[in-house]
Design a protein around this ligand. Structure first.
Ligand SMILES: Cc1cc2nc3c(=O)[nH]c(=O)nc-3n(C[C@H](O)[C@H](O)[C@H](O)COP(=O)(O)OP(=O)(O)OC[C@H]3O[C@@H](n4cnc5c(N)ncnc54)[C@H](O)[C@@H]3O)c2cc1C
Length: 482
C-alpha cells in the first residue's frame, strides 16, 4: 500500500473542498486535496453533451433515489465538482431563511449581517454578473408572461465572466472552481491528487488517524493508498460525505436528513421562434413564490426538449421539426422530505431513500399549474404534459386542480440540488456537526460542503455553500493559528 502524508487532508474538490483548501493553504497549512474525478478545463467538453456526462458526471448522470417517487439526481465527479457542470446561477438566500436556521438549529455567531458581508466577498472574489448582451429570447418571453400576470421575476446573476471580442461580440466563461478557487489553491501550495477515492477513515476513539483510499491511474490501474493527516475535512458533497462517514463507522445522525429541491419540467410551443442555441441557458426566474416555489426557464437543446415532451414518439418527432418554437421550463420546490444515505455491502454506490411528501407534491402541482399559466400568458399555444400518458394542454385551466390531483405515480421528478445530510448547529438532537462544521462526535474531523446546510435554502445553493464554508474555515484558521 502506497503512503501519502499531510497536515490537513481535504476530501473532494467541489465548491466546499475548493474553498476549504484555498483558505487553509493561504493561511500556511500543509494541505493535500484528493479528488475522485479528473482535472479537466471548464471548456474541455460542450455543456449538456454525452461527452460532458462521461467526463464530469458521477455514473454518467444515472443516479436515482428510491421512494414513493423515484427522483433522478446528478452529482459532479471531477476537479471542481458540480460547479463544472452547473448553470452557475447565484443567489443570496432570504434573510428569514438564515434567521430560521440560526434559531431552530442553535447556530452560534450566525448574524445575518455578518453572513451578508461574506456573500458580498464571495460575489467580488468569484465574480457574479448578469448578461451584458441582454436576455435570451426565451427569457424575454418568460419575463413577459410574468409581467402580464403581475408576478415579480428577474434575470438571475451567475458566476460568469464576460468580455468583448475584437469583433465587438461577447466572449463568456463560467466561473467554476477550476477557473477560480482551484488555481488559487494550487498557487498557495495545495497538493492535488486526482483519481483518488477515499473509502473509509480509521479512528482511534474520537480521533481520526488515516484514510484508506484507492487511486485509479489514467490507464485504469488501481493502487491502494493510506493517507496520514492531523486534521481531516470531508467535502465530498451531500450524498458522498455521509457515505464515507458511515463506511467508517460514524453513523449517529449521519445521512439521515438529506434534503433536495424536487423539480419537474415540461416543454411548451410558441408561435414565434424563441429557442436560439447561441444564447445558452436562459436564466430568468419568478421570484413571486420563493422560497417555496421557483419557476424558471431551462436549457432547451433538441435532446432536452425531446426528453421533456410527452412520450408519444411519432407525435414528438413531428413536433421536434419545429424545435426553435419549443422551450423547456421548470418548477422546483423547497422539499421538506428527508432522505437517508446508506452504504451497501459490495456496491461502491450508496442506497439513497427519499420520500417526496404529500406537501411537496402539492407544491409541485401548484407550481406546474402556475408555470402553465405563465407560459400561456407569454403566448404559448401548447404545453406538453410531463405526465405519463398525459394530454397536451392548450389552456392553463386544464391544470387548475393539479395541487390536489398530481398523479405522483406518473411523473418524472429530478433534482440537481442536494443538501442537509449533516446539518450544522448546537442542537444535538438535530445537528451532526457544530456551528462551524466540526463533527460533534470527533476531535479532528470537519465537514465543509452542501451537507451542512440546515435545511433547503429555497434558492440555487452554491452561493450559500461557498459562504458558509468560508465562514466556517475562517473560524478554524483563527483557532489554529497564532
Ligand atoms: C447539473 C447541475 C446544475 C446545477 N446548477 C446550479 C446552479 O445553477 N446554481 C447553484 O447554486 N447550484 C447549482 N447546482 C448545485 C451545485 O453545483 C452544488 O450544490 C454544489 O456543487 C455542491 O458543492 P459541494 O462542494 O457540496 O459538492 P460537489 O460539487 O458535489 O463536489 C464534491 C466532490 O467530491 C468528490 N468526491 C466525492 N466522494 C469522494 C471520495 N470518496 N473521495 C474523493 N473525492 C470524492 C466528487 O467527485 C466531487 O468532485 C447544480 C448542480 C448540478 C449537478
Amino acid at each position: 500500500m502506497a503512503r501519502l502524508d499531510c497536515d490537513v487532508l481535504v476530501v473532494g474538490s467541489g465548491p466546499g473542498g475548493a474553498m476549504t483548501s484555498t483558505l487553509l493553504s493561504e493561511a500556511g497549512f500543509d494541505v493535500l486535496m484528493v479528488e475522485e474525478g479528473r482535472h479537466h478545463s471548464v471548456d474541455s467538453s460542450k455543456s449538456y453533451t454525452l461527452e460532458e456526462m462521461n467526463q464530469k458526471y458521477r455514473n454518467g448522470g444515472l443516479t436515482s433515489t428510491l421512494g414513493n417517487v423515484n427522483v433522478t439526481y446528478i452529482e459532479g465527479k471531477c476537479v471542481g465538482g458540480a460547479s463544472e457542470i452547473n448553470a452557475a446561477l447565484y443567489h443570496r438566500p432570504l434573510a428569514e431563511t438564515l434567521e430560521t436556521w440560526r434559531r431552530d438549529f442553535q447556530i452560534d455567531d450566525f448574524e445575518v449581517q455578518d453572513l451578508m458581508d461574506q456573500f458580498e466577498t464571495i460575489e467580488g472574489e468569484l465574480g457574479v454578473s448578469t448578461r451584458p448582451m441582454g436576455e435570451s429570447p426565451a427569457s424575454q418571453l418568460f419575463a413577459r408572461g410574468a409581467e402580464t400576470l403581475g408576478w415579480k421575476s428577474r434575470e438571475i446573476q451567475r458566476f460568469w465572466k464576460y468580455s468583448k471580442t475584437p469583433e465587438g461580440g461577447w466572449r463568456s466563461r463560467r466561473q467554476s472552481m477550476t477557473e477560480t478557487l482551484i488555481p488559487r489553491s494550487l498557487a498557495a501550495g495545495t497538493r492535488l491528487e486526482t483519481g483518488v477515492r477515499v473509502h473509509r477513515i480509521h479512528f482511534q476513539g474520537e480521533h481520526a488517524l488515516y484514510a484508506e483510499a484507492e487511486r485509479t491511474t489514467e490507464d485504469g490501474r488501481k493502487q491502494r493508498l493510506r493517507i496520514g493527516f492531523n486534521k481531516l475535512f470531508v467535502c465530498a458533497g451531500a450524498v458522498q460525505t455521509p457515505l464515507v462517514l458511515r463506511r467508517s463507522g460514524v453513523t449517529h445522525g449521519v445521512g439521515d436528513t438529506l434534503q433536495m429541491h424536487p423539480m419537474i419540467r415540461f416543454a411548451a410551443r410558441f408561435p414565434e421562434p424563441m429557442n436560439d442555441p447561441t444564447w445558452g441557458v436562459p436564466v430568468h426566474q419568478v421570484e413571486q413564490f420563493k422560497p417555496a416555489i421557483t419557476l424558471g426557464c431551462s436549457h432547451s437543446s433538441i435532446p432536452h426538449v425531446a426528453m421533456w415532451m410527452n412520450r408519444l414518439v411519432p407525435d414528438k418527432v413531428a413536433r421536434l421539426e419545429e424545435w426553435p418554437h419549443l422551450g423547456v421550463f421548470y418548477v422546483a420546490v423547497a422539499g421538506k422530505g428527508m432522505g437517508k444515505v446508506r452504504p451497501l455491502p459490495v456496491f461502491k454506490h450508496p442506497l439513497v431513500r427519499h420520500p417526496v411528501l404529500p406537501e411537496d407534491l402539492n407544491l409541485l402541482g401548484e407550481g406546474l399549474s402556475r408555470l402553465a399559466e405563465l407560459v400561456f400568458a407569454a403566448g404559448a399555444t401548447e404545453v406538453y404534459s410531463p405526465f405519463e400518458h398525459g394530454e397536451t394542454i392548450t389552456h392553463p385551466s386544464a391544470w387548475d386542480d393539479l395541487p390536489q390531483t398530481l398523479p405522483s405515480d406518473q411523473i418524472s421528478v429530478s433534482t440537481i440540488h442536494l443538501f442537509s445530510s449533516l446539518p450544522m448547529g448546537e442542537d444535538l438532537a438535530r445537528c451532526t456537526v457544530d456551528s462551524h462544521g466540526k463533527l460533534h462526535s470527533k476531535s479532528n474531523v470537519w465537514i465543509q460542503d452542501a451537507s451542512v446546510l440546515p435545511t433547503s435554502p429555497g434558492v440555487n445553493p452554491q452561493g450559500t455553500i461557498l459562504t458558509l464554508v468560508r465562514r466556517n474555515v475562517q473560524r478554524f484558521i483563527d483557532q489554529h493559528t497564532g
